[in-house]
Design a protein around this ligand. Structure first.
Ligand code: 6R9
Length: 660
C-alpha cells in the first residue's frame, strides 16, 4: 500500500515501460551523474553522426570567477538534426510511417503525412532556401500557424545549417519587428492567414507591417515566402510586395525532391527562440545541435515512455519552446506519429480535444494546466461523451498545476488509469528537467517530482547557501546538461549576468521551489519580474513599456495577480497624463488595452487596469512592487512595513480606486 495522496505507477504500464521501478530510476540517475561519459555516450551512439565526437561530455564552467561561461557537449562530433529526425527513419524503412496527423481549425476529415513525404517537402524547401542564398549560419525567421509546414520549415533550416527563429504567430507586428531587428534574417517564412476558432486573421498583413517597421528600424528583409492557407482567404486578397514576396508553392514545388544534408559541428547553433526576461527586450535563447538533439529525444522517450505504436499529441504551438522540443524535434527524433492541431481547444465546442483523442486514438497527451482548467470549467459530461480509452499517459507543462486541476485530469480525463507527468523545464533548459517517469515514479499531485537523468538541482537560500534535505528557496542547477542554452544571441554578457551572476557557480532558474523529505520538488513560481500567463512568460517591464507608449499614460507598474484559469493574470497600475480625473472616461481603459495588444500581442492583454494617481515609491524613487502585488491580490491586510514609502498616503488612494 502506498501512503495517502501518493499515486504509484499502474502495474501493467510499469511492466512494459523503459524505466519500470524507482530502483531502476535511481540506478540510471546515479550513473548519469557519476559516469556521464558512459551514460550520454551510450545514448548518443544511437543517433547518426557524420563524425563521432572525441569526448561526449563536456567542458563546462558555471563559475564566472573562473572565466567565461562556456558549455560544450560531444566535442568534435558532426551531425544534423534533420537527418536524425527524418532521413534516418526513412533509411530504416519507416518512410511509410505517419509523421503528422493534421487536424485543421474546422472539423473535417483531417489529413496525414508520412515520414517519406515530410522528407520530400523538407528537401524541396531546403533547396529553394539554398537557391536564395540561405546556408550554414544564416538566420531565418518563421512566423506561421500550427500547420505541418511549420515543423517542415524548421527542419528545412536545420537541414542546411540555417538558424531558425520561430516567432509565435499571435505576436504583434511590432514584436515581430523587434525580433527581426535582433536576428537580422534575409528570409522570412510565413503564411497568408490563419483561422483561430471562428476568427480569420491575415498573418501576411501583420508580417507586412512588421517588416516595414523592421526596415524603418534599419533592417530590410530580402525574401518573404508565403504559404497559401486555402481555408482562409483567396490568394488575390493577400497583401503583396512584388520585389520581396514569393508564393511558397511557386517557389518550392518544382525543386528537386532530394537535398544533401549539411553536416554541422556539434556546437553549431540550431535555433534562437525569444523569451521574456525580467528586464528590457526579449532575449534570444540560443541552442546548439548535438546536445539539444540528445536532450530533446531522450526526454521524449523516457518521460512519455514512448513506444513505436503510440500516437502522441502535444497541444503547444511551435512558437514556444514546448513546440520546438516536443512537436518538432523530440517526437520526430523518435519517429513518432503525432497530431498537429491548428485550432483552439474550445472550438467549436469544449468537446473538441476529446473528439480528437478518439478520432486519432491518441495515447500520449501533453498540454498545459491553463487548458486543463478551462476545459474543467465546462463540466465532466462533455469529456465523458468520448471514450478516451486510447490514452495511456497525460502530461502537463508551463506552470505549476493546482491539485484540483491535477485530480480532474487524472480522474475525469484519464479515468484514474493514466499517470500524469508534470514536467518542469524552461526555454533555456531545452528539455524536461524535473519530471516523473510514468512507469517508475510514484506521483504526488502538484509536484514535478524528481530530476531527469543528468540534472542536478539544488535549493539555495537568499544568501546563496545550499540547503540540505527538506527545504524551500531558489531553484538552481549545479552542472551542465546536454540541452541547455549556450548563450543569448549576440549577448554573452547578458547571458552570464542573467543566469550565472546571482548565485556564483550555479545556473539560476528564476523559479522558487520546495523540496520535501522524499526529495520531491514542488515548484512555487517565478521569483523574478516575469508573469506566467497561461504558461507563457510575459515580462512586467515589457507590459509597462507598452503602456507608456500610449499618449495617455505617464507611468505604469505591472504585477501578477492570481487567476482561476490562466494561473496568473496581468494587473496594471496606471498613472495618467495631467488633466485626467480618476477614474477617467471609459474610453481611456480601452485605449490602454488596445495599445498593449498592438505593441506586444493579445497574450499580454492586461486583466485589470487599476487607476493610480500615485504609485508607492521609496524615497529613492523605486516602485515598491511588493505592496502593489498585495493590493492586486486583495491582501492589503498584510501590506507589511509601509514606513519607507516617500508618501504613505498613496496606498489609501489606491485602495479607494479599486474596481473603479
Ligand atoms: C517549458 C516552458 C518556463 C517557466 C519556468 C516555470 C514555469 C514550466 C512548469 C513550470 C511549474 C511546471 N514552468 N513548467 N512551473 N511546474 N511543470 O514552459 O518554458 O515558456 O520558458 O517557461 O514556466 O516558472 O521557469 P518557458
Amino acid at each position: 500500500m502506498s501512503a495517502p495522496g501518493i499515486h504509484p505507477p499502474p502495474a501493467d504500464l510499469a511492466k512494459s515501460a523503459h524505466v519500470s521501478s524507482e530502483k531502476q530510476y535511481d540506478e540510471l540517475y546515479k550513473q548519469s551523474i557519476e559516469e556521464p561519459e558512459k551514460f550520454w555516450g551510450n545514448i548518443a551512439s544511437t543517433f547518426h553522426w557524420n563524425k563521432r565526437w572525441s569526448s561526449p561530455v563536456t567542458r563546462s564552467n558555471f563559475d564566472m570567477n573562473k572565466g567565461p561561461i562556456k558549455i560544450e557537449w560531444f566535442i568534435g562530433g558532426e551531425t544534423n538534426l534533420c537527418h536524425n529526425a527524418v532521413d534516418r527513419h526513412v533509411n530504416n524503412g519507416l518512410g511509410g510511417k505517419v509523421a503528422f496527423l493534421y487536424e485543421g481549425n474546422d472539423i473535417g476529415p483531417g489529413s496525414q503525412m508520412t515520414y517519406g513525404e515530410v522528407l520530400e517537402r523538407v528537401c524541396k524547401l531546403a533547396n529553394y532556401l539554398k537557391s536564395i542564398g540561405v546556408g550554414k549560419g544564416s538566420d531565418v525567421t518563421i512566423y506561421m500557424p500550427m500547420i505541418p509546414e511549420l515543423p517542415i520549415a524548421m527542419l528545412a533550416c536545420a537541414r542546411i545549417g540555417a538558424v531558425h527563429s520561430v516567432v509565435f504567430a499571435g505576436f504583434s507586428a511590432e514584436s515581430l519587428a523587434g525580433r527581426v531587428l535582433d536576428s537580422r534574417p534575409d528570409v522570412v517564412l510565413t503564411c497568408s492567414g490563419v483561422k483561430r476558432g471562428p476568427k480569420t486573421l491575415s498573418l501576411k498583413g501583420i508580417v507586412d507591417d512588421g517588416l516595414k517597421r523592421a526596415a524603418d528600424g534599419g533592417h530590410k528583409v530580402g525574401h518573404c515566402v508565403v504559404y497559401h492557407h486555402r481555408d482562409c482567404m483567396p490568394q488575390s486578397e493577400v497583401p503583396w510586395t512584388d520585389d520581396r514576396d514569393t508564393w511558397w508553392h511557386d517557389a518550392v514545388e518544382h525543386q528537386p525532391a532530394s537535398c544533401d544534408v549539411t553536416w554541422l559541428d556539434a556546437e553549431a547553433p540550431l535555433f534562437k527562440l525569444y523569451t521574456s526576461g525580467s528586464t528590457g527586450k526579449p532575449k534570444g535563447v540560443q541552442h546548439s545541435q548535438a546536445g539539444y538533439m540528445v536532450g530533446s529525444a531522450t526526454t521524449f522517450k523516457y518521460v512519455f515512455d514512448y513506444h513505436d505504436d503510440d500516437v502522441y499529441w502535444c497541444t503547444a504551438d511551435c512558437g514556444w519552446i514546448t513546440g520546438h522540443s516536443y512537436v518538432t524535434y523530440g517526437p520526430m527524433l523518435n519517429a513518432a506519429t503525432q497530431v498537429i492541431f491548428e485550432g483552439v481547444p474550445t472550438y467549436p465546442t469544449a468537446g473538441r480535444p476529446w473528439e480528437i483523442v478518439d478520432k486519432y486514438k491518441v495515447s500520449l497527451l501533453y498540454t498545459a494546466p491553463t487548458a486543463i482548467r478551462s476545459l474543467m470549467a465546462k463540466g465532466n459530461d462533455i469529456v465523458k461523451k468520448a471514450s478516451r480509452k486510447s490514452l495511456r499517459i497525460l502530461g502537463t507543462v508551463g506552470e505549476p498545476i493546482n491539485v484540483e486541476a491535477w485530480k480532474w485530469y487524472n480522474e475525469v480525463v484519464g479515468d484514474k488509469r493514466c499517470p500524469i507527468v508534470d514536467t518542469w523545464w524552461q526555454t533555456e533548459t531545452g528539455a524536461h528537467m524535473i519530471t516523473p517517469l510514468p512507469g517508475a515514479t510514484p506521483l504526488k499531485p502538484g509536484s514535478a517530482t524528481k530530476p531527469f537523468f543528468g540534472v542536478v538541482p539544488a535549493v539555495l537560500n537568499e544568501q546563496g547557501k545550499e540547503l540540505e534535505g527538506a527545504a524551500e528557496g531558489y531553484l538552481v542547477i549545479k552542472q551542465a546538461w546536454p540541452s541547455m542554452l549556450r548563450t543569448l544571441a549576440g549577448d554573452q554578457e547578458r547571458f552570464e549576468k542573467t543566469y550565472f551572476e546571482h548565485f556564483k557557480g550555479f545556473y539560476f532558474t528564476g523559479d522558487g521551489c520546495k523540496r520535501d523529505e522524499d526529495g520531491y520538488y514542488w515548484l512555487t513560481g517565478r521569483v523574478d519580474d516575469v508573469i506566467n500567463v497561461s504558461g507563457h512568460r510575459i515580462g512586467t517591464a515589457e507590459v509597462e513599456g507598452a503602456l507608456t507608449t500610449c499618449h495617455l499614460c505617464t507611468e505604469a507598474a505591472v504585477v501578477p495577480v492570481e487567476h482561476p484559469i490562466k494561473g496568473q493574470g496581468i494587473y496594471a497600475f496606471v498613472s495618467l497624463m495631467e488633466g485626467h480625473d480618476y477614474p477617467p472616461e471609459a474610453n481611456v481603459r480601452k485605449e490602454l488595452i488596445d495599445t498593449v495588444r498592438r505593441v506586444i500581442g493579445p497574450i499580454a492583454t492586461p486583466d485589470c487596469i487599476h487607476w493610480a494617481p500615485g504609485l508607492p515609491k521609496t524615497r529613492s524613487g523605486k516602485i515598491m512592487r511588493r505592496i502593489l502585488r498585495k493590493i492586486a491580490n486583495k491582501e492589503e491586510d498584510s501590506l507589511g512595513d509601509t514606513s519607507t514609502l516617500a508618501d504613505p498616503s498613496v496606498v489609501e488612494t489606491l485602495l479607494s480606486l479599486r474596481g473603479k
